[in-house]
Write a protein that binds this ligand. Sequence first.
Ligand code: ZN
Length: 467
Amino acid sequence: MTEKKRRRWKKKDPNNERGRVAIRYRGYPTSEQTGKIMRIDGSCRFVKNLAKEQRDLAHRLGVRSPSYTRQSADMKELRDDPELTPWLADAPSQILQQAIRDTDTAYHRFVSGQSWYPTWTRKGSRASFRDPQGVKFRRLSRRWGEVKIQGVDWILVKAHRPLVGSRITSATVVIEPDGKLFISLLCERHKRQPTKPLAEEGTTVGIDRGIAVAIATSDGELINRENWTPKEKERLRRLEKARERKKAARKSENTRARAKGAPTKYKSGKQKDTELAIAALYGRARRRRNDFVEQESYGLAKNHRLSIFEDLHLPAMTRSAKGTVDNPGKRVAQKAGLNRGLLDKALGAILSRTEDKVVCHGHGTLCVPAPGTSITCPECGYTNKANRASRSVFICVACGHKAHADINAAIIIRERGIKLALAGGTPVAALQGNNLDPDSSGAEPEHQGRRGSGNQETGHITVRKLA
Ligand SMILES: [Zn+2]
């Protein structure tokens, strides 16, 4: 390749930047295909755990952790060994490589503070792997289609919505604990040019995420959705109780049997049924939660030139308070309840899915420091804990400004975001080439007061109905 040609290749074309969209289809595999999927999942689990073991060992010995390239080469050697692991050869090597790459990413995410320390991959509840190459889709009829996965061949899927984008980059195959199979197709999509100028009213939005109300926006909207109906909660409570009872009964029975030297019993069919019923309940709640995240993040990404979030450090927030035996934690039960709340509202996913989606609209996201967002007055700037009259009511001690606390926080987040963007604090693609004027962008206090006033008094909560 000549020098001239190479330069042309390297030149970045803003119209040619790519975003990615994931389309998730429910799959209907044959029993033979399910078997193949479970075997590939088993091989991936083996490879992932081996990769983790190598890295943990390196850490304990105080030597440099093996890289992805090293581990990938090790895996190839192992795969070619007919003596040690003959079954590994059945799994497509690219899928196994992807498993190692995922482990690598997990460690990188841990080091950069984005997630917890990578855990062992356990056999049992959930099977999943990613096929990074050669994924194909073909439509059979208006509702049905087929996806080709390496090592499994064509899997029947319900293609309830059209595939978008120009190219499928990868597919993730998941069998959930209740036995349902889903295939997520990651599609490449050209980045669109921004449809709205940033300075236009209503194009920047501040978003406060919380447990009582999942999303509060600076536009005065409170959006929430319950993932469990009261009846489902009751049913779950009963089933979990039954599971514990059966578990305890089997344990004591087996202890007695062992003492006598008699054979011990396996899990009964009834107990397995109970566990499946619990998994089905959790599965339904999880799909509702995901649906909520997808719908809300789509709205945020599509309608706003810049979506501004507060920078929540979720791994630290959801860390268990249990502590150790010598050093027990405080308020363990309360913390566990908070964690359930945080996880049930999927606060991290709302941000990450918005980040994924803005690219397709030529929009952007921005994170601002969280401290003080919930106790600062947007009218006079007075910051004090006493400003929070209750969980949901904000009354400024200095000027008497009254508002819904979450919407108030969203307004502060938006204000901070606009300041940060104007100061060039973070390179935000969405801000380039715009005359972002503080007067017209709504950063002025009088603008702020007007913007959020819609629902502030009533504090009306939009609760999206359960399906
Ligand atoms: Zn005030």
